[in-house]
Design a protein. Sequence first.
Length: 115
Amino acid sequence: MHYNPTTDRHGLKFNPFKSCTVPRPIGWLSSISPEGVANLAPYSQWQNLTFDPPMVMFAANQYPGGGRKDTVVNAELTGWFAWNVATYDLRWATTKELSSSRRCDAAAGWPLAAQ
């Protein structure tokens, strides 16, 4: 099967490419800038790579204006990030944050995670 998500017409309301990997669990990625600013952002584009040692990776698009996301910048500059599971009880907090069209300030996700 060949599918090009940028050119193939699928006739659906939303582009189905994001649904190609199911389930696509949502979690928060936490990172800290070199200046010590904490960041917590919801991500669904992550995957486990190996079990020994346990490693995960994530992918992030740029903002529409071309800016890079804080999580990406922090991970590149410090070499660290942590993936945090979004439990069933926190499903609405992650969904609310993922559907937000605004760019979050550095620690906007932490209050949602504490709910």
